[in-house]
Structure formats: structure tokens, C-alpha cells
Design a protein around this ligand. Structure first.
Ligand code: TMP
Length: 215
């Protein structure tokens, strides 16, 4: 058990264009149909404050220094933890967060070369030490992911050079290897419904182990 609350905490990670957001919408429809109590949130932008921070972070052309970027993502996360994630877990819900601590390690650590230990300490602070029980890494080649978006990307992060995105993807694969109990890889190049089947199966295994309600 990664935490002491009655709910279940799962995060979704991956490089640009991996389809996490589409997949989570499909899953939400199934959870609704099965009346499973859940909360869906995202980093950045899961709260009203977070939406403002997200706008600052993703606005194309906004000058944001790497350290300011890291701290803004952390500020968003601290708000999401206190306003959405912890209340959801305390209420016994399935909490699914689209991106979380591993995005900071992959993007600001491996992507921007900020010290990994510093990022891990900040992650601890902003989350009050809360780790997910399961992290699904939607993996695909950076070129493929970016190719699914508008040419050249549309937000400030997507517009980064391809070398940056390569480092992010390799970073994710490295982190996943370091914590094999928490991470499960999903091949995001597969067809939409196969990716959805993989996601449902992996979450279902965790929920069955906890004897928690699922679809
Ligand atoms: P998305 O929510 O649409 O995936 O966009 C969020 C962007 O922010 C994406 O490019 C990944 C990036 N990001 C970071 O660089 N660090 C972080 O800690 C988080 C949560 C996201």
C-alpha cells in the first residue's frame, strides 16, 4: 500500500501525443456506467488555481526559466493534492490523475537537466509524500506522438525541439525500470480499443487485489 487512505490512487504518464486524455475519457464513461465512485484530475490544471498556472505554463512564446517552470508545476500539484486528490482518497474514491510527479522528473529532470534529487524533494513537498499505487506509462516514439498533434505542436512544451522530447521519453523509460512495482507500460501505438483494453485490465488487476469496486 502506497498510502493509508481508503481510496485508490492511479496516475497516467507519457510523452506528447500518447493518447492518455482520450483513453481516460473512454474509461470515465465505463466508470459512470458501473457507478464506480471516482475522481478524474490532471496536472497541471486540475483546480481553478491550476488552470491559471496551466495557462502560464503552456502559452506559446511565454518566457519561462527552467527553475520557474519546475516550481510552477509543483505549485499546481500542491493545490491539486489539497483540493482534489487527498479529499477524493479520504472519501474512498478511485482517483485518477493525468500526469503527476513522474512528469516533473521526465520533463524538468531528464528534459531540462535539472538535478533529479532536487526534483524528487520538491515532489515530496508538493504531494505531502503521496505516491500512486499504480502508474500507467503510455509509451510511444516521440516522432509518432508529436505527429499525432498539429504540425509543430501547439503549446509551449510541444513546440520544444525533438531532442528535448527524446530525452523525456528515455527519462520515462528509465524511471519505469527503477520502480517496476509501481509502473506498467502500455504500448500507445496500438489501436484505440486495444490500448483501452490494456488500461482496463491493468487497473482491474489492482482493484481486484484490493477488493475494490470496478467495472
Ligand atoms: P498535457 O496535460 O496536455 O499533457 O500537457 C501538460 C504539459 O506539461 C506536457 O507537455 C507535459 C508538461 N509537464 C511538465 O513538463 N512537467 C510536469 O510536472 C507536468 C505535470 C507536466
Amino acid at each position: 500500500m502506497a498510502h493509508q487512505y481508503p481510496g485508490t490512487f492511479i496516475t497516467l504518464e507519457g510523452p506528447e501525443g500518447a493518447g492518455k486524455t482520450t483513453q481516460v475519457r473512454l474509461l470515465a464513461a465505463k466508470l459512470d456506467a458501473a457507478a464506480v465512485p471516482y475522481v478524474l484530475t490532471r496536472d497541471p490544471g486540475g483546480t481553478p488555481l491550476g488552470k491559471q498556472i496551466r495557462h502560464i505554463l503552456l502559452k506559446p512564446g511565454n518566457p519561462v526559466a527552467p527553475m520557474a517552470e519546475l516550481l510552477l508545476y509543483q505549485a499546481d500539484r500542491a493545490q491539486n493534492i489539497s483540493e482534489v486528490i487527498l479529499p477524493g482518497l479520504k472519501a474512498g474514491k478511485l482517483v485518477i490523475c493525468d500526469r503527476y510527479i513522474d512528469s516533473s522528473v521526465a520533463y524538468q529532470g531528464y528534459g531540462r537537466d535539472i538535478d533529479l534529487d532536487l526534483i524528487k524533494q520538491l515532489n515530496e513537498m508538493s504531494t505531502q509524500g503521496l505516491k500512486p499505487e499504480l502508474t500507467l506509462l503510455f509509451d510511444l516514439e516521440s516522432e509518432k506522438g508529436l505527429g499525432r498533434l498539429h504540425p509543430g505542436g501547439h503549446d509551449r512544451m510541444e513546440k520544444e525541439a525533438i531532442e528535448f522530447h527524446h530525452k523525456v521519453r528515455q527519462g520515462y523509460l528509465t524511471i519505469a525500470k527503477q520502480e517496476p512495482d509501481r509502473f506498467r507500460l502500455i504500448d500507445a501505438t496500438k489501436a484505440l480499443h486495444s490500448v483501452q483494453d490494456d488500461m482496463v485490465r491493468l487497473i482491474g488487476e489492482l482493484m481486484a487485489g484490493k477488493k475494490a469496486a470496478f467495472i
